[in-house]
Design a protein around this ligand. Structure first.
Ligand SMILES: NC(=O)c1ccc[n+]([C@@H]2O[C@H](COP(=O)([O-])OP(=O)(O)OC[C@H]3O[C@@H](n4cnc5c(N)ncnc54)[C@H](OP(=O)(O)O)[C@@H]3O)[C@@H](O)[C@H]2O)c1
Length: 262
């Protein structure tokens, strides 16, 4: 990767995205910060310019609005200085599936999946053409845990994990690194925004520790980084169990247990 490419970070006005902005600025990367709240972005940008001397641009966009999303896509397509995309903006919605308003469900699917994949799609051809660059996608451990009861949010994060693993296989041979980061509960505004009492969560990671661990995984070029998972062998075993099924999928006949029922 070219030394210190610019980094475009979505959802950079608070929480994990704002912390990525801080850390990449301290590593000497110029930044493009994206979110809806322009005032908050300007405050963060001014502080980081002042403290680190990097150049910081602010791009106001609601990523659920196609016209505004398109401005970010265009920036990723056209600005050759941007070598790293941090696909971080995301939201959750409180309540069970039957309690959630259909429009809220659509909104988080649009933000967590459609916007994320459109931004990856906008930047990937340029990065593969250059033979370098990176895409960091923020998923969640909820994406492998339907048992946690956050069904739509988890489904969007399962999409992020699958997309990242697939893109990793496609893009690594072309010189582009793809990382999926799967945080568990982390102290940010997402809880309040989705109407969940933060005190009801048994263990909460501080956002600085989460992002620093995610960046340690980035530096090691891990495909999947799960900062709260202490036993890494569990993830390896989970992947191995999944991969062990793959050769068996190519069958012309249905499994015996179904044939027996006919
Ligand atoms: N915190 C956790 O426990 C946790 C755990 C697992 C995964 N994650 C994931 O981490 C990512 C960051 O979340 P966070 O915890 O840092 O939450 P957060 O503090 O609420 O930050 C969310 C960011 O996304 C931006 N955003 C929200 N809606 C947007 C929209 N329509 N268009 C553009 N930007 C939008 C927000 O900025 P504006 O309001 O200014 O637009 C904000 O900067 C998300 O993808 C989340 O799913 C969080």
């Amino acid at each position: 990767m070219a030394e210190n490419p610019s980094v475009l970070i979505t959802g950079a006005s608070s929480g994990i995205g704002a912390t990525y902005a801080d850390r990449f600025a301290r590593r000497g990367h110029n930044l493009v910060l994206v979110a809806r709240d322009k005032e908050r972005l300007e405050v963060i940008a001014a502080r980081l310019r002042n403290e680190t001397g990097v150049a910081v641009d602010v791009l106001q966009a609601d990523l659920t609005k196609p016209v505004e999303l398109a401005t970010v896509e265009a920036r990723l397509r056209d600005d050759r200085r941007i070598g790293i995309l941090v696909n971080n903006a995301g939201a959750s919605v409180g309540g069970s599936f039957v309690e959630q308003a259909t429009d809220d469900v659509e909104r988080i699917v649009s933000l967590n999946t459609t916007a994320l994949v459109r931004l990856a799609s906008a930047v990937a051809p340029r990065l593969t053409g250059a033979g370098e660059g990176a895409i960091i996608n923020i998923g969640s451990v909820v994406g492998v845990a339907p048992e946690f009861g956050m069904t739509v949010y988890g489904a969007t994060k399962a999409f992020v994990l699958f997309l990242s693993q697939g893109l990793s296989l496609e893009l690594i041979p072309k010189g582009v690194y793809v990382q999926a980061v799967l945080p568990a509960a982390t102290r940010t505004e997402i809880w309040e925004r989705s109407g969940v009492d933060i005190n009801s969560i048994p263990a909460m990671m501080e956002v600085g520790e989460l992002v620093d661990a995610a960046l340690a995984g980035f530096d090691r070029r891990e495909a999947v980084t799960i900062p709260p998972l202490h036993d890494a062998a569990q993830w390896d075993a989970y992947q191995a169990a999944r991969q062990a099924m793959l050769p068996g999928f190519g069958q012309s006949r249905a499994a015996e247990r179904y044939l027996a029922a006919l």
